[in-house]
Design a protein around this ligand. Sequence first.
Ligand SMILES: [Mn+2]
Length: 320
Amino acid sequence: MTDCAGCAALLRGWDDILVLCHASPDGDTLGAAGALVQGLRALGKRAWAACGDEVGEKYRYLVDGLLAGGEAPAHVLSVDVATPELLGPLEKEYAAAIELAIDHHGSHKPFAKESWVDPKAAAACELLYQLLKELGAPIDKPMADCLYTGLTTDTGCFRYTNVTPLTHRIAAELLELGADAGEINRRMFECKPKAQVEAEKRILAGMEFFFEGKCAMVQVPQSVYKDTGAQESDLEGVASLPRQIEGVLVGVTLKEKEDGRVKASLRSNPPVSACAICEKFGGGGHKYAAGCTFEGASLAEAAGKITAAVQEHLAGLNLL
Ligand SMILES: [Mn+2]
């Protein structure tokens, strides 16, 4: 395990650097990679970002002109990646080559030669901000936008329990560096494609409740995308909807992937640990926001397994 200074020392000695994001990319992994690649370039190094899945329109500005185009990297690091499987399609090619992992997931399983993991950080971008300062990289407006995007998306616009005084201090400094907070937050939280609203209508209409309303579940079959024209990236925010309902302690979102796997996203309220429930199925994440994947199970089968695990967890907390 290394720290901020250790990461900076490693990076100072490197060139031709590839920064890997997790699959199903979000604002934090892309913002972290985008800011780091720009910072390394400003220090005169060659650097690129890579992601196993396509970057949705909403997040494209974070990695514009920064994605690798077949270059052979000399050094590989990952940002916001808790386990190698989360690299998705990039796992096979790069998992064994990762020399440094910078992450903030409590469920991080060390896989890189060196890692800097701080579960107290609300976002990987919190760590990246500190690292860029340690490196002496100038943080310009596009980089500040990247880092701010990671902070705001991983904290639900600074509303979640992972927010600390440091999160706000870093956000304040990013505003001073020119981050366009109003516009980023509007784009991330106040603006959705019509197809997304159509999809959400369908999904919410199918919401089910369990255990006297302590658990709410929605399911997203592939047909939702076909019928509404919504993209997978449009429906990332859906996972936060079931938990918003009064009395719900754990919200479950099950998404059927194109290859037939079922991805579960859990969001919980204290004292329920979404992470503990997901760990039963080989997944993980943060205490109140976690995920896991079911192979070879239908949506209905995955729903059955998850509700059984939720029931067991609630019973363990004397909540049933
Ligand atoms: Mn993150």
